[in-house]
Design a protein around this ligand. Structure first.
Ligand SMILES: [Zn+2]
Length: 246
């Protein structure tokens, strides 16, 4: 009993504190991701207010990140109406299932690039085999948690797939709010999405720019820039999971 309590305390102490979110503009909220030592990163999440509810751009990896998104929706008393994944990397999409569990009617908008990596022999399928092989091995608790998060996500890979396939750039409504949605082939993944909100002049661009670099004039802000991080099979210096430019 005591051992269990001690273990619980230890685990609780390991749960990272979620970086506080903030408004980037009226109706646009940033939930920054985190990058704890020994853990995979969480990409930043951008949440837009839309007539039919909230549009969530990327959903992070860890439970505490998706919990922060859900807490924001509750606090605002607004439903999550749409999820857009800029790309399939799991620090941007693992929270899909947790958001869908609470808002079952939410649609995921992304490209079909995910289909190739969860197909037999695909990148994530191969990683899954490796992760299963790691299960029986001794490893630090944090690493074990990270492996388990990946296995949990891959138990339901369908939540990573698009309900609405984005296969071309277009001006379109998400939850009733108009965005310029751009599909970029051969970028960080086979096909990445970024979107531009004319009203606030904010672009949510996933991993397309991963360090503070000129994207558009006159102002560029890189949110949550990091010196070094790993995202899927890529390693970047100064990666910013979602860079915001306005
Ligand atoms: Zn990525």
């Amino acid at each position: 009993m005591l051992a269990a309590l001690l273990l619980a305390t230890e685990l609780a102490a390991q749960t990272p504190v979620v970086p506080p979110g903030r408004d980037l503009a009226t109706g646009v909220y940033l939930q920054p991701g985190g990058f704890e030592q020994g853990r995979g990163p969480d990409g930043n999440t951008i949440i837009f207010d839309a007539p039919d509810g909230l549009v969530v751009v990327d959903t992070g990896r860890h439970v505490w990140h998706s919990d922060a998104i859900l807490a924001y929706a509750r606090e605002r008393d607004r439903p999550i109406a749409a999820i857009l994944n800029t790309h399939w990397h799991l620090d941007h999409s693992s929270g899909n299932g947790r958001l869908k569990a609470v808002y079952p009617n939410v649609h995921v908008y992304t490209t079909s690039a995910i289909d190739r990596v969860i197909a037999p022999g695909g990148f994530l399928t191969r990683n899954l085999e490796d992760a299963r092989g790691m299960l029986g091995q001794e490893m630090p608790a944090v690493q074990q948690e990270e492996v388990q998060i990946f296995l949990d996500t891959m138990t339901h890979p369908e939540v990573l797939r698009p309900d609405v396939v984005l296969d071309r750039s277009q001006r379109m409504r998400l939850a009733g709010r108009r965005f310029d949605v751009h599909v970029t082939n051969g970028a960080v993944t086979d096909a990445d999405v970024w979107l531009y909100d004319r009203r606030t002049r904010i672009a949510a661009i996933g991993d397309l720019v991963t360090f503070p670099a000129p994207f558009s004039k006159p102002h560029v802000r890189s949110v949550g820039a990091r010196r070094s991080t790993k995202c899927g099979r890529h390693r970047f210096a100064l990666q910013s999971p979602v860079t915001v430019s306005r």
